[in-house]
Design a protein around this ligand. Structure first.
Ligand code: UDP
Ligand code: MG
Length: 210
């Protein structure tokens, strides 16, 4: 588990990802804020490829790789998996895909994730979508959905909320200070939320024409 500096020495600035130079939008928000639901709609309407960091990690636990058990334990405890593991999975998924527009959902989750991604790839997001939703509503959604996820139990949900407040919100604040955050009221029904999202992805020229 290397430091940011070690990771940076391994790649960047001419990393494979920097050469591909994809357009990246980070999609952030608490657990149950609707990131996955809205990403599916953005894919349908705007031709992005959706990469959920959580889904990539869950797939890795099933692949029987050496990190599988470690990842599984961290997810079940609501903890953030070491950056280099997640970044490798994201990089691979981006490079394997012909598309050049990606929604990265659920990453970066802490300042270390963010700094390591920038250091390793030398790629910055175009902007950051932030789904802002009250904890009460997110809890209701997580307990109500049944996706067979082991971490959708009340104990782990509480841990995930705590990690979000303590570790993930600072990432959103960082990008906000750079003017990159597009904050969305995510407490409404999915269709209504998407109306707001849609406006953010529609080029200004198309809006004028419509
Ligand atoms: N996770 C992680 N790093 C990431 C993304 C996810 O460590 O970059 C782990 C973390 O344990 C998290 C879990 O995967 O609680 C589920 O993440 P996901 O984004 O799928 O779900 P969410 O909590 O946003 O509903
Ligand atoms: Mg998700």
């Amino acid at each position: 588990m290397g430091t940011v500096v070690e990771a940076a020495n391994k790649e960047a600035p001419g990393s494979a990802l920097a050469q591909k130079n994809p357009k990246i939008v980070f999609v952030l928000g608490g657990p149950g804020s609707g990131k996955g639901t809205q990403c599916a709609k953005i894919v349908e309407h705007f031709g992005y490829t959706h990469l959920s960091a959580g889904d990539l990690l869950r797939a890795e636990t099933k692949s029987g790789s050496e990190n599988g058990t470690m990842i599984q334990n961290m997810i079940n405890d609501g903890k953030i998996v070491p950056s280099e593991v997640t970044i490798k999975l994201l990089e691979r998924a981006i490079l394997e895909n012909e598309n050049d527009k990606f929604l990265i959902d659920g990453f970066p989750r802490n300042e270390e994730n963010r700094a390591a991604f920038e250091a390793v790839t030398n790629v910055e997001p175009e902007f950051v979508l932030f789904f802002d939703c009250p904890e009460e509503e997110m809890e209701k959604r997580l307990l109500g959905r049944n996706q067979g996820r082991e971490d959708d139990n009340i104990d782990t949900i509480r841990k995930r909320f705590k990690v979000f407040l303590e570790s993930s919100l600072p990432v959103i604040e960082y990008y906000d200070s750079k003017g990159k955050v597009r904050k969305i009221d995510a407490a409404k029904p999915a269709e209504e939320v998407f109306e707001t999202v849609k406006a953010l992805f529609t080029p200004v020229s198309d809006k004028a024409a419509a």
